[in-house]
Write a protein that binds this ligand. Structure first.
Ligand code: PLP
Length: 381
């Protein structure tokens, strides 16, 4: 077995807990939190994160994108509610009902299928209604038509409208106006449900990470914290001095081979880099098959012994080469930092995203499952 030596990701669970706490300080008093742990917790490991957060009294539960992600949490012993943020297919409803997993509803045909599943499972099925206030992705419209959908949902036997939510399209952009317009449309709609249908939906929620940092006035009953849970930023336009965050993820590999190449030697596929002098080259055991962006070929750098080692030539599937000519003593077996801090140098996800032309969310989601995740500070210190 390769073990964690070849390449591994380290997740600091204390940073995750500190980020939760920092966000909780900033949100409206009495508002609950949901931890968004879709795509295996943005690549950080959903089960480990849920287990670390589960005891927090202000944590309502978790959000995933798929039924399989939600069920995996149950299999890991996670007990709090799980909400699936996207569409779930009817074949999953009965098992969802049994497992206390909440689907998002917004299609008429879901209601009878959910009702049937509730009957078969012998439970009341809590659901969250998705409302489209400007994202144009999923959701009912916040108008008369949407209102009659909610009325129908309220009258459907076996289901309970536990929640209602909308999603902001521009909460991470400088101007607050589009977000305020969406929030207002959402609030107006939930008010209409209360006044015209006589029902106060218990859990109304709209804020994502950017929203909960910038607009606590929109927190309502619950906020959905995603990227900030991991200590990463929704965008450059979200001010960094409101909530203090610590990145939880760092990524490492190893120098597995060192050699000196004379001038005129081509490195890696296609020979896109050719040495112009004697060059000491380290081969490092990580590649795009691990999720390290191939677009960093001839462009990115890694950290070895606290110094930058530029990537030479094309990044391969499982290996890459870097120039260690200016790193005295660099040797086989050395630790290589791909994301994180080594000495006075730091490579952030945001910086690596910029350099590789990728979004920071995408970068962490794409770290391949074959890269072992190593957790530290799992116990409350
Ligand atoms: C992904 C997602 C979130 C979390 O977004 P962040 O920007 O990571 O906080 C919240 N709500 C919905 C509906 C989502 O799809």
């Amino acid at each position: 077995m390769q073990g964690p030596d070849r390449t591994y990701v380290k997740i600091d669970l204390a940073a995750i807990r500190a980020n939760m706490e920092a966000m909780h300080q900033n949100i409206a008093p009495g508002t609950k939190m949901a931890a968004v742990i879709k795509t295996d917790g943005y690549g950080h490991g959903a089960a480990a994160i849920a287990q670390a957060l589960e005891p927090l009294p202000y944590l309502w539960g978790y959000c995933t994108a798929t039924f399989e992600e939600a069920r995996a949490l149950r299999e890991a012993g996670v007990e709090k509610p799980v909400l699936i943020l996207g569409y779930t297919f009817p074949a999953c409803y009965e098992e969802e009902a049994r497992l206390g997993i909440r689907p998002a509803v917004f299609r008429e045909d879901q209601l009878s299928a959910l009702s049937d599943a509730a009957k078969k499972a012998g439970v009341t099925f809590p659901v969250h209604v998705a409302v489209d206030t400007g994202m144009s992705r999923i959701g009912i419209t916040p108008d008369d038509r949407g209102l009659s959908f909610v009325k129908k949902a309220l009258e459907t036997p076996g289901i309970q409208v536990e929640g209602i939510f909308t999603h902001f399209a521009k909460a991470d952009m400088l101007s607050p106006d589009p977000t305020m317009t969406q929030a207002q449309a959402f609030r107006h709609f939930t008010d209409r449900i209360e006044q015209e249908l006589g029902y106060r939906v218990p859990i109304r929620h709209c804020d994502n990470s950017a929203g909960l940092i910038r607009f606590p006035e929109n927190d309502m009953d619950l906020v959905r914290a995603g990227i900030t849970l991991y200590g990463l930023w929704p965008s450059e336009e979200v001010p960094k001095d409101i909530v203090s965050l610590q990145p939880a993820l760092s990524w490492y590999s190893r120098v597995v081979f060192v050699k000196d190449l004379p001038a005129g030697r081509a490195v890696s596929y296609g020979g896109t880099f050719v040495t112009d002098k004697t060059t000491r080259v380290a081969t490092i055991s990580v590649g795009y098959g691990d999720g390290y962006p191939r677009s960093l070929s001839n462009k990115g750098y890694v950290l070895i012994r606290g110094k930058r080692a530029p990537i030479l030539g094309r990044i391969c599937m499982d290996q890459l080469m870097a120039d260690i000519s200016d790193i005295p003593g660099a040797a086989e077996g050395d630790l290589v930092t791909l994301i994180g801090t080594d000495g006075s140098e730091t490579i952030t996800c945001e910086a690596l995203g910029d350099l590789s032309g990728r979004f920071n969310y995408e970068l962490v989601c794409d770290i391949n499952p074959r890269v072992p995740r190593v957790y530290e500070n799992g116990q409350d210190a």
